[in-house]
Design a protein around this ligand. Structure first.
Ligand SMILES: [Zn+2]
Length: 125
């Protein structure tokens, strides 16, 4: 249990550095790596608001909006979150693939250049 809390804290620290875009919606403080991600996420809140205004449940409309209730409301429309996460994961995966490819390619080029320089210098001696 204690290790879970520590891991959560460490993740939070990383989030602050890696994800400068913070959602400003009430009761939500999710962070994102890019403005694009934040905008997609913000869209979810808009959908949630639309969804809750359509809802005519008496028990629901009696409630004053509090951060906790707002989050519960977000949970209810978890479908949007799933779609959003899938989309972000797909983007992230593509980006990571491309990054690894370029990194490997650069290392390869550097290595072959070193080899070439070494061969040249040994011939010059
Ligand atoms: Zn949010």
């Amino acid at each position: 249990m204690a290790s879970t809390i520590t891991a959560g804290f460490a993740n939070d620290m990383n989030d602050k550095q890696d994800r400068p875009y913070v959602c400003s919606a009430p009761g939500c403080s999710q962070r994102f790596q890019s403005e694009e991600h934040l905008l997609i996420h913000r869209h979810k809140h808009e959908m949630t608001l639309k969804f809750s205004s359509i809802k005519t449940d008496a028990a629901f409309t009696d409630q004053t909006p509090t951060p906790t209730r707002f989050l519960q409301n977000c949970e209810e429309v978890g479908l949007f979150k799933e779609i959003e996460e899938e989309f972000l994961q797909e983007q992230e995966r593509k980006r990571t693939k491309r990054y690894i490819f370029l990194k490997n390619r650069r290392t390869e080029l550097r290595r072959s250049r070193k080899k070439l320089l070494f061969t040249l210098s040994s011939h010059l001696k």
